[in-house]
Design a protein. Structure first.
Length: 144
């Protein structure tokens, strides 16, 4: 895992990952699915990437943090690299960084793989929110 600067490779990975989520939740209105490179570059996020042995980016996590809170903004894994523990490793590393701080995350309400991942890390479901008419997310929280 390495710190990561957003670029076109990351944008392509993000689009591929969110296309999978869009299929799972049967809704393609997920904002990062349609984000441009300029929008990605302008987002005030810290990024950490996971790479294959050949240096190919296969996953990434983005977050913001304050003295008391870590907010996981995005977790993306190359669909060709699913089921290899990349998402679990990225989340685990970020939780280690969070330490005793509270960590929050949101995912599509019908994204069972993501929800399962967060729940296995001890995140507690806080609420379901309809962010756009018919588009539901589940918000989670974990105390360090």
């Amino acid at each position: 895992m390495d710190d990561l600067e957003p670029d076109k490779t990351l944008l392509d990975l993000q689009h591929a990952a969110y296309a999978v989520e869009a299929a799972l939740i049967r809704d393609d209105r997920i904002p990062p699915l349609h984000e441009s490179l300029d929008e990605l570059l302008a987002a005030p996020l810290a990024w950490r990437g996971a790479f294959d042995d050949d240096g190919t980016l296969v996953g990434a996590v983005a977050w913001t943090e304050t003295e008391d809170l870590v907010d996981i903004d995005r977790l993306v894994v190359d669909p060709r690299a699913h089921r290899r523990g990349i998402g679990r490793t990225l989340v685990g590393e970020l939780l280690g960084r969070a330490g005793e701080r509270t960590t929050v995350v949101s995912t599509g309400r019908d994204n069972v793989p993501a929800r399962t991942l967060y729940e296995r890390f001890g995140f507690t479901r806080i609420e379901d929110v309809e962010v756009i008419a018919g588009l539901w997310i589940t918000r989670y929280e974990r105390h360090g």
